[in-house]
Ligand binder design. Structure first.
Ligand code: GUN
Ligand code: ZN
Length: 430
């Protein structure tokens, strides 16, 4: 047991307001962390210290504690290709991305080192929980799980499934693909309640109907499994899917027909949805991963975040590295804010912060994560604003809670991170 003492900024559930959460800032807070890494008590520091007099205090003043970030979509084998320019998604994939992913094989002795570097980069950004694509190589995926286990971060990971329309080296026939996924599930899914498996059909054009159908059956066989894919990111992609499935009602209908849509299905991008598709997505309770830096970099389009939020669609934020240009959730919130401004459908800073933490955890069904309220797991990042003087000055100038969040969204970066904890344990940042 220990008491963590510092300023605190987070969102907590609040059923009394329509948006369902409230932002809270405390100048001097105490968190009692129990032996299981859970927040057993929370309040003003003096109150907590008085209530638990025998517990040691870890004094982190004058720093700021907040929940670890959740990145709901990114690609391990694209970690070293940020900023590779192409006219749009499909040429970017075929010219640069597929060839790059061929390198990420478990038989390459460099691969475990890359996996370790990937988890380190995430930790340095304050990301305690990542939803990641591996390559289509089973051993490389095993090594990625291993790296997350070793560093102690949370993750949902999947071996990419693809059996058509890509270079031969990336394609895996359906039977072999299913066997590899099942082996990885048996080894890693739900390990320590920290690591999870996601079936990962890359996107509809990369998979034969037979493969999609097999993955749908596997998903149905276990309600705890996740599934991640890409959807409605780019107009040429949507047209390609229409040509491949001329009888389908729309793109989402393709996934629905193969029974790939459930409450643990994470759909990256979701930029172009018809009213029917929005209703279907809501009905299936699937999760949108909004990837603003990627959508701007590839020129894919502007996802209508506020409108989806009003409709009650489950939302989260993804960096989508390597199409995304940063592993930072600060940068991701920053660009999500600007996209909403361009659409003249603003989103509040506190909503963005919620989506990077508690909102995303709820959407993913991880109800014990994303907040620093009593009962949640102690996934905590500690920030020193003084490491960036312009941010420190700005922070004090417009000091209501929303203004503080906005200062961080548009000013904080990895220099500010002092410490990251998952379930109360320090994560190595080197
Ligand atoms: N669609 C299919 N594969 C990918 C990918 O790797 N990145 C992005 N942004 N979109 C995709
Ligand atoms: Zn992606």
């Amino acid at each position: 047991m220990k008491i963590l003492r510092a300023a605190l900024l987070h969102t907590k559930p609040d059923a009394s307001v329509p948006q369902g959460f409230a932002l809270e800032y405390m100048e001097d807070a105490g968190l009692l962390i129990d032996g299981k890494g859970r927040i057993a008590d929370k309040g003003r520091a003096e109150v907590i210290i008085e209530r638990w007099p025998s517990v040691a205090v870890q004094d982190e003043r004058p720093f700021l504690m907040m929940p670890g970030f959740i990145d709901s979509h990114l690609h391990f084998p694209q970690m070293d290709m940020i900023g590779v320019c192409a006219p749009s998604l499909l040429p970017w994939l075929h010219t640069y991305t597929f060839p790059e992913e061929i390198r990420f094989r478990g038989s390459d002795p460099e691969n475990p080192k890359r996996a370790d570097a990937f988890t380190l980069e995430l930790a340095k950004q304050g990301t305690s929980f990542a939803v990641a694509y591996s390559s289509s190589d089973a051993l490389a995926t095993d090594q990625l799980f291993q790296a997350f286990e070793t560093r102690g971060l949370r993750a949902i990971i999947g071996k990419v499934s693809m059996d058509q329309h890509g270079p031969r080296e990336l394609l895996v026939p359906a039977a072999q693909d299913l066997k590899a996924s099942e082996d990885l599930i048996a080894k890693w899914h739900q390990k320590y309640n920290r690591l999870f498996y996601a079936l990962t059909p890359r996107f509809a054009p990369s998979c034969t109907p037979g493969l999609l159908s097999d993955l749908g059956h596997l998903l149905k066989s276990d309600a705890t499994l996740y599934l991640q894919t890409h959807y409605a990111e780019n107009k040429a992609e949507i047209e390609w899917v229409r040509q491949l499935y001329p009888k389908a009602l729309d793109y989402l209908d393709v996934y629905d027909q193969f029974e790939l849509l459930g409450a643990r299905t994470i759909l990256a991008h979701c930029i172009y949805m018809s009213p029917r598709e929005r209703d279907l997505l809501l009905q299936r309770q699937s999760i949108v991963s909004h990837c603003p830096t990627s959508n701007l970099f590839l020129g894919s389009g502007l996802m209508p975040l506020s409108s989806y939020a009003e409709q009650g669609i489950k939302l989260s934020l993804g960096t989508d590295v390597g199409a995304g240009t940063s592993l930072s959730l600060w940068q991701t919130m920053n660009e999500a804010y600007k996209i909403a401004q361009l659409l003249q459908a603003p989103v509040t800073p506190e909503m963005l912060f919620y989506l990077a933490t508690l909102g995303s955890a709820k959407a993913l069904g991880q109800m014990h994560l994303g907040s620093l309220e009593k009962g949640y797991d102690a996934d905590v990042q500690i920030l020193d604003l003084g490491r960036k003087k312009s941010l420190e000055r700005r922070w004090g100038r417009f000091p209501d809670s929303s203004g503080r969040i906005s200062a961080l969204i548009h000013g904080a970066d990895d220099r500010n991170l002092v410490k990251l904890m998952v379930a109360g344990r320090d994560i190595s940042l080197n």
